[in-house]
Design a protein around this ligand. Sequence first.
Ligand code: RIB
Length: 311
Amino acid sequence: MSLNPSPKTIHVFGSLNMDLVCRTPRLPQLGETILGSDFATLPGGKGANQAVAAARLGAATTMVGRVGDDAFGRQLIEGLQAAGVETRGVATAAAGPTGVAAIAVDDAGHNTIVVVPGANGQVDGEDCDRLVAQLQPGDMLLLQFEVPLPAVIAAAQAAQAQGATVIVDPAPARDDVPPEFFETVDILTPNQTEASQLTGLQVTDLPSATEAARQLVQRGIDLVIVKLGDQGAVVATADRTWHQPALAVNAVDTVAAGDAFNGGLAVALSEGMALEDAVEFATAVAAASVRVPGAQASMPMRSQVAALQTT
Ligand code: RIB
């Protein structure tokens, strides 16, 4: 037996979006029109963002999903390839556009996001077959909720059957997740809103996040991490819970910080890092990402994470 097992491949089954990003001094109120200061089309999608995060940190990474037969779709695939992500698993939908996300980012780096799924909404069993063809025992699978839930459930079941580790980012929050789904989940990483939705608790602070994490662990999930933005994260296993503080950075854009965290966590665990160190590393990856505008554009290289951890 090797003392340093080779890192395993990280597979991402999920969404690819083109982000249509408006910078505004503040987020608009309901019914209000305000003037923005800047606009950009930038590669995004929770799935693709997590894939780029993992690849930039040095992991062998594959992406499985769907884009439309259009310019946005081709740009997204090229962007993944440039980051080092294997894209054989990304299919072009016969009809329908590539997914888009309309995003507003204010001067404090906060955001609102509306996703129109497009081709992501067509992900089904065929995509799952392409995933299964690539999965090996010991690999990691990253899932989110931006593609249809039946496909997410099928992918988790397939990965469990193959002996892969299943990490689920239950984003965006939804209320129709069957309880048995959690039997296929090894690691769950909700944010505050998603933890509230999943538990029915009002998750507003560290004590309520800790209680939510404990309740989710009691459903049979090995590891639950409630991501709390600049408050860090609450981590719970069957044996213990603890708080991992965030690194203090100057945030210019928090879009995809949660995706950066999940990519970093998967890379760290795939390399055999101890859990405490892996959570600290993921926190640093997320912190590095909020210093740069954009989703995939903000995913840091390993050296940038290391530099942040030593400052
Ligand atoms: O998590 C951030 C992502 O959410 C954005 O890139 C956007 O595409 C939406 O999917």
